[in-house]
Write a protein that binds this ligand. Structure first.
Ligand SMILES: [Mn+2]
Length: 299
């Protein structure tokens, strides 16, 4: 069985490289767990916040990196009900994809996306009932295990991956975990009982995963590493172990993400705010940063 180190090494070695500079803008989200809009769909609460945020980043010229578990394919057998439930969101992602501004990473809940045939069969088109035919969705889409953002001038690298490489249970036994979620935890989830094998629901597991990831980062000259998976946002200061986590899009009333812009990194949150007059509005707040990327460089 592979160790966390070997799995992270492999994800790094096979990562897609994206060159960037200080004029580049990236938004990183993960763990959307987009579902079928049923009671078990944790994403459904935040769908409007997420949609608004995506539209904002599209208009502002950002590239969208999704760091795994974008689609909830444990509770759901196929992509189709997800697309039907959150069509506006997938069509917004399609706009990013058409401009080559969409970069996708698979996680343990959408590990089936490792398979290019699966992508071709399920994600390349959708049936448009008005036109009564299949139309393009994510044409020639590719999913990766990792992405390296490489700065053109400073050569600094940022490694992006889902993070379940440091979670041996969810990496190795994802098919068994998926089965358990489908038959057992999905019905219990609706009643408020959480899946204990999910690091998002199990603090001891979460700490173990963070520790293993940090160990790997130290062994790799404090390479900036950004993951999701545990759903716990992390934002170190320069000089600390460079382990970042973008959180998730299934917090009870908000989504968190990481922005990279002007050579700086920030942790942000979008949520629904109530105003004096009783109207609701979606707002973005800065949680951490901005910090200069170069300040995390060690050599
Ligand atoms: Mn995960």
């Amino acid at each position: 069985m592979l160790s966390s180190k070997k799995r992270l090494d492999r994800a790094y070695k096979n990562a897609k490289i994206i060159n960037f500079d200080d004029s580049s803008k990236f938004i990183l989200f993960s763990d959307c767990h987009r579902g079928d809009n049923s009671f078990a769909d944790d994403f459904a609460n935040n769908r409007n916040i997420y949609f608004h945020a995506l539209k904002h980043y599209y208009a502002e010229g950002f590239q969208y990196c999704e760091l795994g578990d974008g689609d909830e394919l444990w509770e759901n057998i196929s992509f189709k009900p997800l697309f039907e439930a959150h069509k506006n969101i997938y069509l917004q992602m399609k706009l990013f994809h058409e401009q080559e501004r969409l970069h996708l990473i698979w996680g343990n809940h959408d590990m089936v996306y490792q398979n290019p045939d699966y992508l071709e069969k399920n994600l390349s088109t959708y049936f448009d009932p008005k036109l009564e035919k299949d139309v393009d969705l994510f044409c020639n889409i590719k999913y990766h295990e990792g992405i390296i953002l490489k700065h053109k001038k400073t050569q600094q690298k940022l490694f992006l991956t889902h993070g379940h490489q440091a979670d041996w249970w969810n990496y190795t036994f994802w098919k068994l975990s998926r089965f358990m979620v489908r038959v057992l935890w999905k019905p219990l989830n609706v009643m408020g009982i959480a899946d204990p094998t999910s690091p998002a629901k199990n603090y001891k597991e979460l700490i173990k995963i963070e520790r293993k990831t940090k160990k790997w980062i130290i062994e790799n000259d404090n390479l900036i590493t950004i993951t999701g998976h545990t759903h716990r946002p992390r934002f170190p200061n320069p000089g600390e172990i460079a382990y970042f986590n973008d959180g998730s899009c299934v917090h009870p009333r908000s989504i968190t993400g990481i922005e990279i812009e002007k050579g700086e990194i920030s942790l942000i949150k979008w949520y629904i705010d109530t105003t004096e007059s009783g109207t609701l509005q979606i707002v973005r707040v800065l949680l951490e940063g901005p910090r200069k990327l170069i300040d995390y460089k060690t050599e």
